[in-house]
Design a binder for this molecule. Structure first.
Ligand SMILES: Cc1ncc(COP(=O)(O)O)c(C=O)c1O
Ligand SMILES: N[C@@H](CCCC[NH3+])C(=O)O
Length: 382
């Protein structure tokens, strides 16, 4: 959890701030690296989960590539030292400017999400006399059994190309000489805890791959996206995600042809548990039916509870008083600015430090300046 020496360091800093345990990050990275080598899988870290440069430096050292969802993420990856041939560019709404930039950088591949996007990439690649590699992001209609806001692989979702459009895709591709289809890409959602979902995904991918090979189309790359969930309820019980089961499922159920490369785009599972949002209690306020612990972090620093009603474990780092129930709320002018209701904490007082856990993924990257909030520097331990 948190060493006393780290808590002493927290006390001297202006709150709120993100704290990252880089040793824990490296434990996760080493585990992923070992399994990727064992199964001959290629990992592209999904930068959207956390694009903090210090975090990216550790990920780069582990030898992973990058999965990006905007021109600026491609730029961040390249500026931080990721080799362009390891960078993938996904996203349903890539603009011409972003596509041109990615072509200029000679990135590995575009994960292409619509027929019109294929045509536009072809046209822009032609302008600069290039042939762009593309993977088709296919919507496999597999239920990720996760929060509906972060489900991406059902027919009703905006992501990817529907299977019914595949004949038109092939017909269109035949007329496009500046793009080359090399891969199939899938990503069905995030924070997936039911491992059977990944088995279901493998079986659907096998069917779709066969559809292509039956038509004489050779697929060099299969990209299964990310999605592996983490234990938000008990971060100390499971600081490292269950990478072993996750990769073993793909190794067992994905039908892979000789020489076919298999890629993953993991985000949350790599970075969630190494990050905490550290905040100070500003006031304790007794409501009619509840005690409020008003802290100096808000939904502007960590939006997940307000956006998805998601649970983040909270520790009081400076009290060991009697367990007491609090609604832990932020200072923002919104009633959804609440980190947890009826949370049992040791008796809490003004000035106590609290840690909002499992905040390393989709935390810092989703910060906003609403209410003209300050943004403090993150803090790291090795
Ligand atoms: C295309 C794509 N790949 C990878 C990821 C990373 O997912 P996760 O953080 O769940 O591993 C996402 C986000 O959900 C995504 O949209
Ligand atoms: N922002 C989401 C994850 C979205 C994943 C990107 N498709 C979260 O905080 O859980």
């Amino acid at each position: 959890m948190f060493r006393t020496s780290i808590i002493s360091e927290f006390k001297n800093r202006e709150t709120p701030f993100y704290y990252y345990d880089l040793a824990l990050l490296n434990d996760s990275l080493n585990q992923v690296k070992g399994l990727a080598e064992k199964y001959d899988f290629e990992i592209h870290y999904a930068i959207k989960a956390n694009s903090n440069e210090r975090i990216l430096a550790e990920i780069l050292k582990a030898g992973f590539g990058a999965d990006c969802v905007s021109g600026n993420e491609v730029k961040r990856a390249i500026e931080c030292g990721f080799a362009p041939e390891t960078v993938l560019f996904a996203g349903v709404g890539k603009t011409d400017k972003e596509i041109r930039y990615a072509l200029e950088q000679n990135i590995k591949a575009f994960n292409c999400e619509s027929i019109q996007e294929m045509e536009v990439i072809n046209e822009l690649a032609q302008e600069v006399s290039q042939t762009a590699e593309i993977s088709l992001r296919i919507n496999p209609n597999v239920d990720a059994k996760t929060h509906k806001y972060i489900t991406t692989g059902l027919d009703e979702n905006k992501f990817g190309i529907n299977q019914t459009d595949l004949p038109t895709v092939i017909e269109t591709l035949n007329g496009l000489s500046n793009i080359k289809l090399t891969g199939l890409h899938f990503h069905i959602g995030s924070q997936i805890m039911d491992m059977n979902v990944f088995k279901g995904l493998c079986l659907r991918v096998n069917e779709i791959e066969s559809w292509f090979s039956d038509r004489g189309i050779e697929i060099e790359h299969l990209n299964l996206g990310g999605g592996l969930g983490v234990n938000y309820l008990e971060p100390d019980a499971e600081p490292i995600a269950d990478f072993e089961t996750y990769f073993a499922i793909f190794a067992e159920f994905l039908r892979r042809k000789t020489n076919q490369k298999v890629h993953f785009e993991l985000g949350r599972s790599i970075v969630a548990q190494c990050g905490s949002l550290i905040s100070r209690v500003v006031f304790i306020k007794n409501g009619l039916n509840t005690n409020f612990a008003v802290v100096d972090a808000g939904m502007t620093e960590l939006m997940r509870p307000a956006l998805y009603q998601s649970y983040h474990h909270i520790n009081n780092l400076t009290s060991n008083g009697e367990p007491t129930s609090y609604d832990v709320v932020g200072p923002i002018c919104e009633s959804t600015d609440c980190f947890g209701k009826a949370i049992k904490l040791p008796e809490t007082k003004r000035g106590d430090l609290i840690a909002i856990r499992s905040a390393g993924a989709y935390g810092e990257v989703m910060m906003s300046r609403y209410n003209l909030r300050d943004q403090n520097e993150a803090f790291y331990s090795e």
